[in-house]
Structures are given as structure tokens and as C-alpha cells.
Write a protein that binds this ligand. Sequence first.
Ligand code: G3H
Ligand code: 13P
Ligand code: ZN
Length: 333
Amino acid sequence: MVSFKDLGLVNTRDMFAKAIKGGYAIPAFNFNNMEQLQAIIQAAAEKKSPVILQVSKGARSYANQTLLRYMAEGAVEYAKELGWENPQIALHLDHGDSFELCKSCVDLGFSSVMIDGSALPYDENVALTAKVVEYAHKYDVTVEAELGVLAGVEDEVSAEESHYTRPEEVIDFTSKTGCDSLAISIGTSHGAYKFKPEQCTRDPKTGLLVPPPLAFDVLEEIEKKLPGFPIVLHGSSSVPQEYVEIINNNGGKLPDAVGIPEDQLRRASKSAVCKINIDSDSRLAMTAAVRKVFNEKPGEFDPRKYLGPARDEMKKLYAHKITDVLGSDNKAL
Ligand code: G3H
Ligand code: 13P
Ligand code: ZN
């Protein structure tokens, strides 16, 4: 049993309380490899932003859960080396799908876990979430739960269309489970294709797809039912069209990729939404940078020569999200 406190990590309790009060959101960035982790920490340290490092099921099978945990421990020291005296870094299990998995992450030193029972019948979601909360709270590890189903693929959870969170269920769910934060569905979804072209309109000037707005009315109803309770948004990548263009101009093929416009995320950040999950944008930044090097310098075969630019591009992206979208800069001085 390792306590996250001994690793220099923090749970999300204080982070979220301050974010709700201050009208900003904490970035939750997924990581699978060293370059992503370096870029996240460089951006967070430069911006003095609290940050949540997320480990998904895909990341665990790609990089190994234990290795990722040690990397996160190293990240705390790296942040200090970069001059961030008081790093506020949480290590979070993204989309945990069983009690055993959540327990193993708690025991390994994660400071926060998500139990995603959103695809289960309501009562089973309540029972599973409550069981995880009971265990995690013994070690002061915070727990994120989910109500409502996002469109697309949630690790192994798939749904044809998004089922918005039902505001009438949130009081019962949070009081029965004791969860610390609640992921809701208001129209976001995972990946780089969040909406079908037929769900969007086209900007007559640019020809780009304009997605339908998020269901802020549902969010407001939830906020009214749970004043001051931390709300989480998954599937919040914006799919920057500059990256899509670079990818497509350098041998890639991402037709009609579309994300959540940043102005909508800015608006959400000012509400009870205090954690915003971003993964796909980092994948796009990395892919764009790597494709560009491969296309422009076909003789290059030193991975540092293409992963280095990819890391720089991801750092730029994370810094932009922190300052210009979530507003979490200078909140962990
Ligand atoms: O929730 C989805 C995240 O983007 C993680 O996806 O399981 O492919 O790493 P992944
Ligand atoms: P994106 O695919 O929009 O980046 O969402 C990531 C996410 O929600 C991770 O849990
Ligand atoms: Zn997610």
C-alpha cells in the first residue's frame, strides 16, 4: 500500500473547491508516454496551474499502470526542478470499470479514481460507485462518478447517441454514493469526430463544420440541484482545425473531424464544471508535428527529432488550454 501523499501528489478535493469558487476549471490531461507527460508538466509548471494526470484503460495496457504511476511520481520532482515550488498534481484513473481496478490504483498511489458505471442500470451504478467511495475514502482518495452516457466510445462503453444526464437523478445519486465529483453528459463525446456532419452547420466563410451547442440548460438544472458540487466534462477536446489541416496536408486523412468550440468550454469553466478532460487534442498536436517532420525530412530517423517537436507542440497546446480556455493559470502558486 502506497499513499499518494508520500509521492507528493494531491487529491482533487481542494483543487475543485477552489476552482468552483474562482470560476475556472482544472485541466485533466491523459498521458501514455514520456513526451506527453513532460509537455503537461512543463506547461503546468510554467503556468502554475493545478493539473490532473489521467491514466486510461488504453494507457494502462499500452504503457503499464505501475510504470505510469512511477512516471507521475517523477513528474512531481520534475515540476520542482522546473521551479514550481508547490506543484499541485493529481494522479487519476480515467474510466475505471471495476471495483478491483479502482482498488489497485488506490493501493498503488493514485490520488483520485473514476468509477464509470454510466452504462449500468441506475441501481447498479449507485451500488458500484458507493463501494469504490467507501474504499477510496479510507485513504483520502477522491472519487469521480458518471451519470448519463456520452455518445461514441467510452473505453468499452458504447452508445449510439448521447443520453444526457437526468437532473432529477443527481441528488439521489450523489447522496447515496458519496462521490466527490460527477461527470455528466450534455453533448460532449470522446474522440476527434464528436458530431456527424449532418448534425452541424457550415460556416459560409471558412466552409468548416459548426457543431450544435452543448446543453447548458441541463448543466444549469444540475447546478441548481447540487449547488457547489464539482461537475466534470469528458470529451472536451476542441479538435483544432490547424492540426487537422497539417495532418491532412502531410499524408493524413481526418475528414470532417470536429470538436467542442473553445468558447463553449470557456463558458463551462466558469460554472460548476471544475474538471475538463482533454486527450484527443494532444494526440492531434503530436500527430501533426510528427507527420510534418516525416514529410519534410524523409531522411530523419532519430526519434528525438520528431518526438521533440511533437512535445513542443503539445506543451503549446496545454499552455493555451490552461490560460485561454480553462483559466487555471496562477492558481497553484
Ligand atoms: O476516455 C477516453 C480517453 O481519451 C482515453 O482513451 O483508452 O484510448 O487511452 P484510450
Ligand atoms: P477527448 O477525446 O475529447 O479528448 O476526451 C477525453 C476524455 O474525456 C478522457 O476521459
Ligand atoms: Zn472520458
